[in-house]
Design a protein around this ligand. Structure first.
Ligand SMILES: NC(=O)c1ccc[n+]([C@@H]2O[C@H](COP(=O)([O-])OP(=O)(O)OC[C@H]3O[C@@H](n4cnc5c(N)ncnc54)[C@H](OP(=O)(O)O)[C@@H]3O)[C@@H](O)[C@H]2O)c1
Length: 250
């Protein structure tokens, strides 16, 4: 460095010193850099139903350890044995206790009661709500609006000691359960309050071939995501399909 360089530095000392006090901005994290979730145990409350079985099957097929939950342990064990792939069955409370991540796949009707009764078992767990509050009449499916705003917000209100997220709303249980289908061609919108938690759920979705988890906002925006299923049901009826969802340009 020349003397001239030195003096230039000295002359500009004050401003850089002030700047140096400001905390350095952390480099933006790549939103597609997701954690390794392969060691997590995934529980599925209501795992004897179509959606729960489908998710359990796909996750187990991807190598995840899965525990199916039911109101009746025997029913869960039977469903687990039918799925194979190391899936285990237990009553919902035991399923919650044994799991790191717990997917809620019970009907909207039983949502509040199920979660209220499992508050202790779900404390500290990462809860993934996939429940779509829907009504059906002769015109088809329509969205219900829970008092809390959405099923996911109801879960968060009922489970203050859990880490509640919402995802897996738009999947077809028919496709999930069909062993001849290798890839589930869909995006999964993942919502939650903590980026670390939504990253885990995105990573879990990405374990399933063809599936991609995409961060889609906080729980206050879960209602639209849950409601969209009413539209997908209309699509499916009209086109005799099992429509999924793709987000473009991400
Ligand atoms: N089906 C789909 O394609 C799909 C797709 C995306 C999201 N979902 C959502 O996933 C959830 C489950 O859907 P599903 O079609 O699998 O439903 P489902 O078959 O009617 O119910 C799932 C399981 O929940 C348990 N259950 C039934 N009534 C209950 C109650 N009142 N309280 C607690 N548990 C009860 C039953 O298991 P036990 O009797 O063994 O306890 C049942 O096997 C729904 O909220 C739905 O909106 C479904």
């Amino acid at each position: 460095m020349t003397h001239a360089d030195d003096s230039r530095t000295a002359a500009t000392d004050e401003a850089p010193a002030a700047e140096a006090k400001a905390p350095a901005k952390a480099p933006a994290k790549d939103p597609w850099e997701l954690p390794d979730v392969s060691g997590l145990v995934v529980g599925v409350l209501g795992g004897t139903g179509d959606q729960g079985r489908g998710l359990a099957y796909r996750l187990a097929r991807a190598g995840q350890q899965v525990v199916i939950g039911s109101r009746n342990a025997e029913r869960a064990q039977t469903a687990a044995a039918e799925l194979g792939l190391g899936v285990e069955g237990a009553d919902n409370a035991e399923c919650a206790r044994r799991s790191d991540v717990v997917i809620v796949a019970v009907p909207w009707d039983g949502h509040a009661k199920t979660l209220e009764s499992l508050r202790a078992e779900l404390a500290g767990k990462l809860v993934v709500d996939c429940v779509n509050p829907l009504g059906f009449d002769k015109q088809g499916a329509y969205a219900l609006t829970p008092d809390e705003g959405s099923a996911a917000q109801q879960a968060a209100a009922l489970l203050p000691d859990s880490r509640v997220t919402a995802a897996f709303h738009h999947l077809s249980a028919v496709l999930l359960q069909n062993p001849l289908i290798e890839e589930i061609d869909t995006d999964v919108m993942v919502l939650g309050e903590s980026r670390a938690d939504t990253d885990i759920v995105q990573a879990l979705a990405a374990r399933i071939p063809g599936m991609r988890g995409v961060f889609a906002g906080r729980l206050r925006n879960a209602h639209q995501v849950e409601s969209l299923v009413a539209n997908l049901i209309s699509v499916n009826r009209r086109y005799k399909a099992h429509a999924g969802l793709r987000l473009t340009d991400v």
